[in-house]
Ligand binder design. Structure first.
Ligand SMILES: Cc1ncc(COP(=O)(O)O)c(C=O)c1O
Length: 456
């Protein structure tokens, strides 16, 4: 990890993060690229975090950060919410794995059903990826059809049906290691393209299901009009295909009932993870009873069909169940979603003020408790507070001038703010006025650092 450039931003970052650099050097000998999740890649190396509290975290060099990674979106209430810590400690004291059914899983599923009316039945998994995988299998079995419709740039985890069309292979061809037959069973459409969606569903009787992130790819990085969801609900129903909402991010976040609660649309199947499990590992597939009955021993046998097998060592593990049930109890009985959404609105407006004051033609945008920074790769003449991402092609929203996002992230880290790679972030209900002011100041200072080395 020699210095790749003579950037002063990089030099300042290196100066503050010496212990992280040492750990990164060790990690390079252990992990591909030295990291354990693709989204933690940052050049020259990432920070190593030691502890976290509320909306903040501290790295191994003692630097403090306002956190906009939020446990990849899992931590709607911020780090270390005392009630959740307490629920985890109580569960831990009784044992981490019984290999049996337990009361906690019943309470957890009841908490899901209380917030999500479309969850007639619940099946817990260990991750969101597993939940979307199971959703597709059930959709195929239930419809007797082969294909799945997805939208370019929408993310649904990393299994074989989801590997193409997220960051690459927008033509639908298989990514390395994926069978052409599997990639070929996925129909990729442009996000929000209602005509293509209608034509595909009407013209192809082999479509089992359509899956999407209901507020748009990557929590609104590529936004979707809510009217698209209505059109999609109608078209799937008309053509006998199932509608799957991937609410791994939006679930229990945009509103206690997720995007489906917010927009009043009932999908056939829904996938959850992240907030669902209160900051611990866990996911779920929920939805119509007749569909989840494909996992049910008695229902399958009564219908004279073969059941879909589904195992998973950590399904509904007691500690995740306790954390998740407590998280959902708080989400359902407090203003946590509204607080996070309000902060999102104020943050986007504040960041845009800074961009205008600093005369930088970028924009902060987003919906609910998310924000995204458009770094204007094509050099458009835009004004931050009038920026309309729906008017921009998804490829442009998704691309950044080479190297700029990383340099911005290093500058923001050096100014005490951790944003994610696109760049943007997710907000918790624990973010407040101090975080708002400090984030705006960090952006201003970072822009000045970027200007000082002619990066913008
Ligand atoms: C919308 C969406 N679906 C699915 C997943 C996959 O979930 P997991 O990382 O728990 O496998 C993610 C993860 O970020 C996601 O954002």
């Amino acid at each position: 990890m020699e210095a790749l450039s003579n950037s002063r931003i990089e030099a300042a970052y290196r100066e503050r993060t010496r212990r992280s650099a040492e750990l990164a050097r060790e990690a390079r000998e252990l992990f591909p690229s030295g990291i354990t999740h693709d989204s933690r890649k940052i050049d020259p190396y990432t920070i190593y975090v030691d502890r976290a509290e509320g909306p903040r975290k501290w790295d191994v060099d003692g630097n403090e950060y306002i956190d906009y990674f939020g446990g990849h979106g899992a931590l709607l209430l911020g780090h270390h919410r005392p009630e959740i810590d307490h629920a985890i400690a109580e569960a831990l004291a009784r044992g981490t794995h019984f290999g049996s059914s337990h009361e906690g899983e019943v309470r957890w599923a009841q908490a899901v059903k209380a917030l999500v009316p479309a969850a007639e039945r619940v099946r817990f998994t260990s991750s969101g990826t597993e939940a979307t995988h199971l959703a597709l299998r059930i959709a195929r079995a239930a419809t007797g059809r082969r294909k799945v419709v997805r939208f370019r740039t929408h993310f649904h985890g990393w299994h074989d049906h989801m590997a193409q069309g997220y960051t690459s292979h927008f033509d639908g061809t298989a990514t390395p290691g994926v069978l052409d037959e599997v990639a070929g069973s996925v129909v990729l459409l442009d996000p929000g393209d209602e005509t293509a969606m209608r034509e595909t569903l009407a013209g192809d009787p082999d479509v089992a299901a359509v899956i999407l992130e209901p507020t748009g790819a990557s929590f609104g990085l590529i936004p979707l009009r809510p009217a698209f969801l209505e059109a999609l609900r109608a078209a799937t129903e008309e053509n006998g295909a199932l509608l799957i909402f991937d609410e791994v991010v939006t679930g229990f976040r945009v509103s206690p009932g997720g995007a489906q609660g917010e927009f009043g649309i009932a999908p056939d199947l829904t996938t959850f993870a992240k907030i669902l499990a209160g900051g611990l590992p866990g996911g779920a597939l929920v939805g119509r009873k007749d569909l989840l009955d494909h996992l049910d021993f008695e229902a399958a046998s009564a219908d004279g069909r073969e059941k879909i097998n589904h195992q998973g060592t950590y399904n509904a593990n007691p500690v995740s169940a306790a954390a998740g049930a407590e998280m959902l109890r708080i989400v359902g009985s407090s203003d946590a979603c509204t607080r996070a959404n309000d902060f999102g609105e104020r943050l986007r407006a504040r960041l845009n003020e800074v961009l205008i004051e600093e005369d930088v033609p970028w924009a902060a945008y987003g919906t609910f408790s998310g924000f995204h920074l458009f770094l204007n790769p094509e050099g458009r003449a835009i004004r931050a507070d009038r920026f309309d991402p729906l008017a921009i092609d998804y490829r442009e929203l998704k691309s950044n001038p080479p190297g700029l996002a990383d340099r911005l992230r290093l500058a923001m880290l050096s100014n005490g703010v951790d944003v994610n790679g696109w760049p943007g972030g997710v907000i918790s209900a624990a973010h407040g006025d101090a975080e708002l002011t400090e984030t705006a100041n960090a952006l201003r200072e970072s822009l000045r650092m970027l200007k000082a080395e002619d990066a913008i």
